[in-house]
Design a binder for this molecule. Structure first.
Ligand SMILES: Cc1ncc(COP(=O)(O)O)c(C=O)c1O
Length: 961
């Protein structure tokens, strides 16, 4: 008998079978159910022939997990980790190991979805509430949201909030402190350009006579700490609002901006235990006065009650969000930075106010010792105040000192032509101060630093003016004062984790979200120090590994999409949309064309119109026909009406209705015929990779949600990445960066994210995925996503109406089931079904998007047939329960659906007066006897929470109740 060759035994493509759930036998069984002869047959009957890709993906062959990790390690090692004192919003930090292993490296936390189903998300909601409390306490503000994408975009969002809030002030001027971080200024300027605001950058001591808002940095980017009270009062006197960009660690020691009258306070949580990661992901924060709560961007977590009156958390005031208000939304932000937000809140819990004071004092002491030392070495300081950042006038010695530091593997910040900045951080030590002083002196500094320390300790802090020292308490809530031992912290983290359903428990069939496997091998490199400890503004010679990773990933994504170039800057899909529309706008400007209409089908995701509004385009909604497709006649009419005013059509493909529209080429041609550009929203790329390429069938630009198709986990609502692919003609208009030049870009294009390559440190996840799957695996993943979706659709069609299918009766990679008829016959709503699914240990599919009264199911290729069958069986049981309601066997107000979800308290209570048994309530399917995640609260009352808005931590006693 012939034995396998060594090559075969090495199983280089083994990962493909690990990523894809169904094996050959299961696949065959599903194909039989579908009545197709093969996977190819299904694809041929599903994807329009005209767009189907004929050739193989231009990717390498698959390699094993071990080999891919070794190859990536080789790339990572080309990054050099120097001691870095650049500051500018990024600082080295220690991630407490208990948080590293149990949150950042733990699928229980990182594979969860945005907490739209709060009854099975109380753990991360509590983490986010802690984050909000931490931010409001430290900033001295009334409310904070549950994270932004980064500090730059938070500042840009603050500018638009200021404009919304001062309606009677007709000024178009937004003032920006010249000593803000340069990347923040660049992001704000880009946003302002497209909103038509005028940016005045200058010294905040002399604000313009007319302005609608101002952005100040505290402490300033080069370190100065000034009292902002008078400046803020001056702005208020001019009917303008003031945003203060700040640094959380400094606020441990400094008077809070809220105490100086700030209206909005923004910043980034990075130095609270989040690796620098060459720029991200980190959580931006956004704190504000309560009066602006309806105008604030992003998600806010609030306290409400459940049907039993128990305290419960959920996302508050969803009505403000882009998915409801579309082009009238406050912002386009959707995915934010939940995982990083909760990590920083846990960092604050673990250290507590006392621990944080200690860390901040240590940082401050190092800065003080350095300041004294450098003065004694004959240099002058640029400012007479500082917290952690000391800027030194060095005249013509700038290069010499900088190079000497570099030779000692130390990075300093060049400020202008004649200054150097040094920012101290949590991991810095006295010997670092000594080495830096040597670099300044050009010889051994000869100072007794221990003695300087003793002197400063005796006199008190040097850099913070007395009036600006913090006197108010912070983090007094029990949650920040209870978990300082590792045992307590570990148990707290586990307690929260156990309240949530994530992919480590069961499939999460959320349509449009692609909750697929986030493989361990993909996640491992994220916490390698070679990726984690790099400052985004480290000199290029130290970041070769990252550059190689970017280049390689860009090529991979170009191959997957058929586009000519990829920008890795946007750090979420929403930002990709914005970057893509900016590129389109710039392209037209370069041709002297003035177009401002953006056509968007009614079925589009809310971020599409919200993004179009942000680039100053007018949204014209086009209709969908009764099959869920773009209504081509209506589109033709709109094209005829708006003709050469059409800048773009934004269309999702395959559609948000879960079908491959046959007319896509005609649609693209129609837009191109009047010179418009086609933006194909790439959220559904999981149905395209290897099968059809948007860059080839008519798209000019697409964003890719790397946190969907390309395996970055959702983190409970972020991080994500939203790079864009573009055609050759849009390549000159990709976003640039003011500090780290992005090859081939021009600063006139603007800056979308605070860091040049967005959330760089999670890009290894997508790289690993593509490398391990290779050219055949990537295509197979797409095909199996469609097999799984069609299998689910077919089986569910025995119980529910599948709303839309393509011309041969097949769906793409997701399907919509219509629950409206059942509501009519039984009164049972889609929400009842979503909550009842929790009793079976499942997260609901996407509810009421894109069609009200429906559920959108996307199983992904990673789920095995067993798991799909479990879900299908659940839906069948639920359908029977609905039938019992329809038949009058269950009262409308007392049935398992109406009362769902059921908690352990419910089924253990001494009293049971329902029309169904405890078993039906709590263990309605056989597998639940083996394992079940119990919802920790009953159904939550959203309206109560919005009427009684509380967005801070309740007391610990209340949690215990
Ligand atoms: C179709 C579609 N477009 C855009 C987005 C926005 O992407 P992100 O959440 O990454 O900003 C989503 C997010 O769910 C989406 O489903």
């Amino acid at each position: 008998m012939t034995q396998s060759t060594l090559n075969q035994l090495e199983q280089q493509d083994e990962f493909i079978g690990r990523h894809i759930g169904p094996d050959a036998e299961q696949t065959q069984a599903m194909l039989d159910t579908l009545g197709v002869s093969s996977v190819e047959d299904l694809i041929a009957k599903t994807v329009p022939a005209g767009i189907r890709k004929q050739d193989a993906l231009d990717l390498k062959d698959a390699i094993s997990e071990q080999d891919a990790l070794a190859e990536l390690r080789g790339i990572a090692q080309r990054n050099k980790i120097y001691r870095t004192f650049i500051g500018m919003g990024y600082h080295d930090t220690f991630t407490p190991n208990v948080i590293l292993r149990n949150v950042l490296e733990n699928p229980g936390w990182y594979t969860a979805y945005t907490p739209y189903q709060p009854e099975i998300a109380q753990g991360r909601l509590e983490g986010l509430l802690n984050f909000q409390q931490m931010v409001t306490d430290l900033t001295g503000m009334e409310l904070a949201n549950a994270s932004m994408l980064d500090e730059g975009t938070a500042a840009a969002e603050a500018m638009t909030l200021c404009k919304r809030q001062v309606k009677r002030n007709k000024s178009n001027v937004f003032f920006v402190d010249e000593d803000c971080h340069p990347q923040t200024i660049a992001v704000v300027k880009t946003r302002a350009e497209h909103f038509g605001f005028e940016i005045v950058v200058g010294n905040p001591e002399s604000l313009p006579e007319e302005l609608f808002g101002a952005l100040l940095q505290y402490p300033a980017s080069t370190g100065k700490v000034r009292d902002l009270t008078d400046i803020i009062a001056d702005a208020h006197g001019k009917n303008a609002l003031v945003t203060v960009a700040t640094d959380l660690m400094s606020l441990v020691a400094l008077k809070a901006p809220g105490e100086m009258g700030a209206d909005v306070v923004v910043g980034c949580n990075q130095r609270f235990g989040i690796p620098m990661g060459f720029g991200g992901p980190h959580a931006g924060f956004f704190a504000f006065r309560e009066a602006y709560k309806r105008s604030a961007p992003g998600r806010i977590i609030g306290v409400s009650i459940d049907t039993k009156g128990k305290q419960a958390l959920r996302m508050a005031m969803q009505t403000r969000e882009q998915h409801i208000r579309r082009e009238k939304a406050n912002s386009n932000i959707c995915t934010s930075q939940v995982l990083l937000a909760v990590m920083s809140a846990f960092y604050a819990c673990y250290h507590g106010p006392k621990g944080l004071r200690n860390i901040a004092s240590r940082i401050q002491r190092l800065a003080d010792i350095f300041a004294r030392g450098v003065q004694e070495s004959g240099f002058e300081l640029a400012h007479d105040s500082w917290f952690d950042t000391v800027t030194v006038n060095v005249g013509d010695q700038q290069s010499a000192i900088y190079e000497r530091a570099l030779a000692a593997e130390i990075n300093l910040r060049k400020v202008g032509e004649d200054k150097l900045g040094v920012s101290f951080h949590e991991t810095a030590k006295l010997h670092d101060v000594s080495d830096i002083l040597d670099a300044f002196k050009g010889a051994s500094h000869g100072l007794d630093l221990q003695m300087l320390d003793t002197e400063i300790a005796a006199k008190g802090p040097m850099g913070i003016p007395h009036a600006l020292q913090r006197t108010s308490d912070f983090l007094t809530h029990p949650v920040f004062n209870s978990y300082h031992s590792e045992t307590e912290m570990l148990r707290y983290l586990k307690r929260l984790e156990s309240r949530d359903i994530a992919l480590n428990h069961s499939m999460i069939p959320l349509g449009s979200c692609t909750m697929k496997l986030n493989a361990t091998a993909e996640m491992i490199p994220v916490t390698w120090p070679e990726f984690g400890r790099l400052h985004p503004f480290a000199p290029a010679g130290q970041t070769e590994g990252y550059q190689a990773l970017f280049e390689s990933l860009q090529q991979m994504l170009e191959a997957c999409t058929g586009y000519d170039a990829v920008s890795l800057q946007p750090n979420a899909g929403s930002q990709g949309e914005y970057a893509g529309l900016v590129a389109i706008k710039k392209y037209f400007e370069s041709r002297g064309e003035q177009r401002n209409i953006c056509l968007i089908p009614a079925s589009a995701h809310g971020t599409n119109p919200a993004s179009a509004m942000m680039v100053g385009m007018k949204v014209v909604v086009t209709a969908c026909d009764n099959m869920g497709n773009v209504d081509i006649d209506d589109l033709k009419a709109k094209v005829a009406e708006h003709g050469e005013n059409i800048a773009a059509l934004m269309v999702t493909y395959p559609s948000t209705h879960g079908v491959f529209e046959e007319g896509i080429t005609e649609i693209c041609d129609l837009i191109h015929s009047v010179g418009g550009q086609v933006y194909i929203d790439g959220a559904n790329m999981n149905a395209l990779v290897g099968v059809a390429a948007p860059g080839k069938f008519g798209g000019d630009v697409s964003h890719l949600n790397l946190h969907k198709t390309f395996c970055i986990p959702h983190g409970g609502g972020g991080p994500g990445m939203g790079p864009i692919g573009v055609g050759e003609h849009l390549k000159p208009f990709l976003p640039a960066h003011p500090v780290t030049p992005v090859p081939g870009t021009d600063m006139a294009n603007g800056t979308i994210s605070a860091a040049g390559w967005g959330s760089a440190s999670i890009l290894p996840i997508s790289w690993m995925y593509i490398r391990m799957m290779g050219k055949t695996g990537m295509k197979q993943a797409t095909e199996m996503a469609m097999v799984n979706a069609n299998y689910v659709a077919k089986k569910l069609s025995e119980h529910y109406k599948v709303l839309y299918t393509g011309k041969n009766g097949f769906v793409a990679h997701e399907c919509l089931i219509d629950l409206r008829p059942l509501k009519e016959t039984s009164g049972v709503t889609e929400e009842d079904i979503a909550k009842r699914l929790m009793d079976f240990g499942f997260h609901s599919p996407t509810m009421s998007f894109p069609v009200a009264g429906t559920l959108m199911i996307e199983p992904t290729e990673s789920e095995s047939k067993e798991e799909l069958d479990r879900f299908i069986e659940t839906m069948a049981i639920i359908r029977n329960e609905i039938a019992e309601v329809e038949a009058g066997n269950y009262p409308a107000e007392d049935n398992p659906l109406h009362n769902a979800p059921h908690t352990l308290d419910d089924v253990m209570s001494d009293e049971w007066s329902h029309a169904y048994s405890r078993d039906v309530a709590g263990r309605p399917a056989s597998w639940l006897k083996h394992h079940k995640v119990w919802p920790s609260v009953n159904r939550i009352d959203n309206v109560y929470g919005d009427r009684n808005l509380i967005c801070s931590c309740p007391s610990i006693e209340e949690y215990m109740e």
